[in-house]
Design a protein around this ligand. Sequence first.
Ligand SMILES: Nc1ncnc2c1ncn2[C@@H]1O[C@H](COP(=O)(O)OP(=O)(O)OP(=O)(O)O)[C@@H](O)[C@H]1O
Length: 649
Amino acid sequence: MSEATKVAIQGVNIHISGASLVPRTRSPLSLGSPLHFGSSTRLCYRPLPRCHALLHSINTPSSRFSALEPLPLPPPPSNVSLPSVLPYLWDLASGDPTLGWRLFVALFLLIGGKAAGIVGPLLLKFAMDKLQTAPNYLPKQSANLILGALVFSALSKAISAGMNEMRYVIFAPLGHATGRRVAVHLLNHILGLDLTFHLEKSTGVLARVIDRAQRAVVHIFRAVVFTFIPTAIELGLVCVLLAKQVSTTVAGVVLVTFIAYVWWTIDITRAAASSRKEANKVEELVTGKVVDALLNFEMVAQSNNQKLEVQQYNGLLVRHQVAMLDAERLSAALNAGQAFILAAGVAAVMALAGLSVLRGSMTIGDLILANGLILQLSGPLQFLGFLYRDLRQSLVDLDSLINILTTRSSLKDGYVELQKDGPGVRIRAQNLHFTYKSSRKVLNGVSLIAEPGESVAIVGPSGSGKSTIVKLLLRLYDPDSGALFMDNLDLRILTQASLRRAVAVVPQDTVLFNDTIHHNIAYSQPTASEAEIVVAAKQAQLHDAVMRMPGGYSTVVGERGLKLSGGEKQRVAIARAFLKAPRLLICDEATSALDSNTEAEILKTLKELSSGRTCVFVAHRLSTIMHCDKILVMDGVRREEKIGTQIMR
Ligand SMILES: Nc1ncnc2c1ncn2[C@@H]1O[C@H](COP(=O)(O)OP(=O)(O)OP(=O)(O)O)[C@@H](O)[C@H]1O
């Protein structure tokens, strides 16, 4: 190799050679002749199995509910106190076009329901007073009036309950829609965070946080809109009524009872919250543990570590049990205390009212009214305690939501669009240095130039940083120093979406979703037509294998479906890449897990795929890189002072 063909590598132990800097002329990919498309391609599809129908339904949201609302949503609350969370939820809910009329109708039903509840005891008092003072014989009209009052006082409870339920039906969709918006927002945010965040967080934990946040929003709505506000209104009405109709002392006793009840509820619930917080934390660990053990079952079984996994799981469950028992003890104290305060309040009111009746300053009707109104309040009060606990729990759950929503990606998105189409892309790496968080230095001055259409191999011992270069090329990380350019544009100024649109990766282990093979191929280009997917599968030499599957392209593959062989999985990745028609193709040890026959076949397909594109091949085997234009040798020796010049042809 002439000196001129060598590409200088700055830095210590990494070198690149250009086997030929003159791009080879490659025959353009011939797509047309062997494949015939059109209506006949539809014959490839067999009837959808049930599971596919289910997956299909997941992808087509009901028309009753809007699909994805435009983002962004309001900034998350600064803390999880109710005064901060409520405006946040209000902002979220106000995006719903039905908010106005739902609020109006709910308010009407709220007032109507509470009024109906209070009218009952009033009618009863009226009937009792009339009966008490009535002579032995009443005219028919008066008797009918009393009977009517008695009947309506009984019916008023049902009217009140009916209006309350209707209020729930009218307002509940808003709570659920807001919960959904939060969950969508959260998943959108999480998927936008960098790889470091995802590597640090367990998948199980993140799934749980999303689930809890969604439920927390629904609970907060239920507690605040359906209980706290209505109960406060009802309390006000009851106290005013008691003061006017019975006595201010009785109204005072009811108020004191209520304050004592709320105080006890808040005090004990606060104490229980820390136990629940601990229980939540451990629950996340428990879920993470189970998901990890089940996802990595093969590894667990191979290492004979079933016992270890179960032991660790049990240890976490014991911690969870302790925290839960603590919370349940406090919950028992809460319930008992609430019942006692309520009973004491009712007893005091009854004693006061009874004395007044004996003294003649109150009628039996007044006593019945006082009793009726207190009982009327006690229903929501008992519910209030339960919902307050729910609310506290929901606020604790929202804590994790805020933590995640306030986490920012360490990679700031760029603003320039990388062209999607073109014959390959020009890559320039300039003196790259990179260290993973809390790890040793991995890249120490890597430089490289690949012209459009050239193929570059990256070789080197395990751990020398080959895949790290791929991650930098995909901008999953930024280099600590130095820069990477595509089409002479720094990756940091490119939008991540346009960069990733122009790049396709065939990894060592292809990720398959538990979905149809059709969906799995289309994953790189979700808008692709059926015909395009079949073309890609044929180009990847996958079509015949798909046609042998029980459901053709509708066969569900992945962990919960049909298992594919290593070679078939790689062909799915290659079909994805064909479909995407990238400017840069990255094969990250794409054939290293395959036997030599399969490898040879896959390499043939990859060669076709790489034609006319810039390609980066990360490989251990010489067979994979023989055809490459340039070879970057990563020297795994980590002594920074070592400078070698190992050139491979
Ligand atoms: N997310 C990470 N956090 C910390 N260290 C990491 C991370 N990913 C990789 N490393 C470390 O960086 C070094 C380079 O890893 P990399 O995967 O780039 O090597 P490689 O050359 O591709 O290895 P192999 O051939 O085994 O795939 C290794 O020592 C690895 O342990």
